[in-house]
Structures are given as C-alpha cells and as structure tokens.
Design a protein around this ligand. Structure first.
Ligand SMILES: *Cc1c(COP(=O)(O)O)cnc(C)c1O
Length: 232
C-alpha cells in the first residue's frame, strides 16, 4: 500500500471503531469528533491525512502547530492544541487554534484572556483535569474546579466548552474506565451546580489505546495519533 492508501485505510478503521463504540453506548455516531494527532509526522504526511478525509488536527507542541498551520493554511484544517501551553507561546499560537484542550492553570487562562482580547475574538478552551492523579500530568485537581468556575466570569474572552482528561500511564483498562467516568461525572456535577457550566458540552478524552472506553463514558472528542499512522 502506498502512503495515501494506508492513511485512508487507517482513518476508515479508526472511524468505524468510533462508530461501533457509539453504537454499543447507544450514542449517535456523529456525537464523537475525531481529532487526528499529527505530532508524529511531518507536514507532507499531515497533508495526505487531510486529503484522506481528516478535518480536525491536533498537536501537543505550540511551535509544531504553528509550523504546520502555516504550511497547510490552504487546506484550512481545524487545529486543536492538545498539550501544555507555556504563557510565552500564547500570542504566536492562538491565531491558529480552533480549540485549546489544555487549559490547565488559572494563570494560563488569565493570559489567554488577555491575548484573546488583543485578537478581538473569544477563544474556546477546555479545562484539563488530572483525573488519574499521575504527578507527571498537568491539569486541575477535580476539587479545584468548584472554586474556579465562578471566577471564569472575570475572563470575558475565554469560552469554556468542557473538560479534557487523560487516563493514567500505568492504569489498567478497568482503572482507565473509572478515570473517564470520573471526568464525565465531574462535568455533570458542574453543569448541575453552576449556571455558567450549563453550556459545557465537550469531554475530550480517549487516545489510540483507550478511545472505545472513553466513548463508553461519554467522550465527545477523541485525540487519536498512533493508530492513524500504523504501518507508515
Ligand atoms: C500524543 C497525544 C495523543 C495521541 O496519542 P496516541 O496514543 O498516539 O493516540 C492524545 N492526547 C495528547 C495530549 C497527546 O499528547
């Protein structure tokens, strides 16, 4: 198989696994968006993936996102920044970003608010929550959010759309399921408790090796990389 065929075949396999997981969970297949994580490949392969039908692309490093966004601007993909954002990179990356998945500290949210004001457009953000307790992971502690949500009214240019989380590196499949459920329950609790959170709809959770479990627990966005590039 050549590159284009391989990408089409991988993409269609991942899409049908998403559809099957939706079916098992009694959910509509279009209730889950695939964010194709392109951090393993260059702009040429990324471009071939867009030709194969991907629409939403994710990068975890701001610099790589900017470079690919500039190289592929004519193809107009939606870019998702899925990794930690340092405050000194905000201005450069923000103009390219459709959704910031890793809103992981108050200081970052404040700085994004200022930069969004300068761009004169609100920025869509997910709050990253550390649901596994891995000390290596960024993100808010679930309990911190109760105090944080009311403060978000002060950040007029930051539009929170939901939550993002990752399962623990060392977690078993059963533990991952519990971690995904924890994120969903947290979203439901915040929606019930805070008027400001009622419109939060997105749950970004699930990667190549665990997205069916994440979909079973309510994921609306899966961030899949290696499964799309198998055999390349
Ligand atoms: C790399 C990465 C992914 C994709 O992981 P795969 O296992 O390759 O699917 C998803 N989310 C984040 C935050 C990542 O850094």
């Amino acid at each position: 198989m050549d590159l284009a065929e391989r990408l089409r075949s991988n993409l269609s396999r991942v899409k049908s696994e998403i559809a099957e997981a939706c079916l098992r969970a009694g959910r509509a297949p279009d209730s889950v968006r695939l964010v194709a994580v392109t951090k393993y490949v260059d702009s040429a392969v990324t471009s071939a993936l867009l030709a194969a039908g991907a629409t939403d692309l994710g990068e975890n490093r701001p610099q790589a996102l900017v470079e690919k966004a500039e190289a592929l601007a004519h193809l107009n993909p939606r870019w998702h920044l899925i990794g930690h954002l340092q405050r000194n990179k905000i201005r450069k990356v923000l103009p390219h970003v459709h959704l910031l998945h890793a809103g992981d500290s108050w200081r970052l949210l404040e700085a994004v608010n200022v930069a969004a004001g300068e761009l004169s457009r609100p920025v869509d953000v997910l709050l990253e929550v550390n649901v596994s307790g891995d000390t290596s992971k960024h993100g808010f502690h679930p309990q911190e959010l109760t105090g944080l949500v009311p403060q978000l009214d002060n950040l007029g240019q930051v539009r929170v759309r939901g939550l993002m989380g990752m399962s623990g590196l060392e977690s078993s499949p059963a533990e991952k399921q519990v971690e995904f459920a924890r994120l969903r329950l947290l979203l439901e609790r915040l929606q019930a408790e805070f008027p400001a959170a009622r419109q939060w709809r997105e749950l970004s959770m699930g990667m190549s090796d665990d997205f069916p479990a994440a979909i079973a627990e309510g994921s609306t966005m899966v961030r899949v990389g290696s499964a799309l590039f198998a055999g390349i």
